[in-house]
Design a protein. Structure first.
Length: 160
């Protein structure tokens, strides 16, 4: 189901790329976003600090209840600071860093890790308030686990 949603969103973004260009609303200073990847969903806030700088606090929650094994609950909380640049009339790029904390409870073991790393992505404006984008993070984590990995997500952002 999630792969179908991702494919539909990507197809819509590509088709929209060939229509009349629109830019994100210049007056929009706040927003909200949802990010999706294979193993978690995050809710994000968007706070425009300057024309080319934004803060995105996030909260993530995942609950997995597989058959014949204990359930797994995962919480994440953090923020990213991103420098943005207009690449085309309706395409923005961004890069920055993030910091956060993640707690996972498998029913048998409970772990907490502190995360940080660089983040980069692009977003395409479908209209003056709504964007679709993709993001990549390099995650470095310390705590109960040592983590080094990458994470890619699809984002839907709405600017107020």
């Amino acid at each position: 189901m999630r792969k179908k949603l991702q494919t539909a969103l990507l197809t819509g973004a590509i088709l929209t790329a060939f229509t009349t260009p629109v830019t994100a609303d210049e007056e929009a200073k706040f927003g909200a976003a949802v990010s999706f990847n294979d193993n978690k969903t995050e809710i994000r806030g968007i706070i425009e600090l300057e024309d080319d700088l934004r803060l995105e606090p996030y909260f993530g929650f995942t609950y997995i209840d597989p058959d014949n094994t204990p359930s797994t609950t995962n919480y994440s909380l953090g923020t990213s600071l991103e420098f943005t640049k207009t690449l085309h009339a309706n395409l923005n790029g961004y890069a920055g860093g993030f910091i956060g904390i993640e707690h996972q409870d498998t029913g048998i073991v409970s772990t907490t890790d502190f995360l940080l790393g660089p983040v980069a992505g692009v977003e395409y404006a479908l209209d003056p308030h709504f964007t679709v984008g993709g993001e990549v993070r390099l995650t470095i984590g310390v705590g109960d686990n040592t983590i080094l990995g990458t994470d890619s997500t699809i984002l839907l952002r709405y600017y107020f």
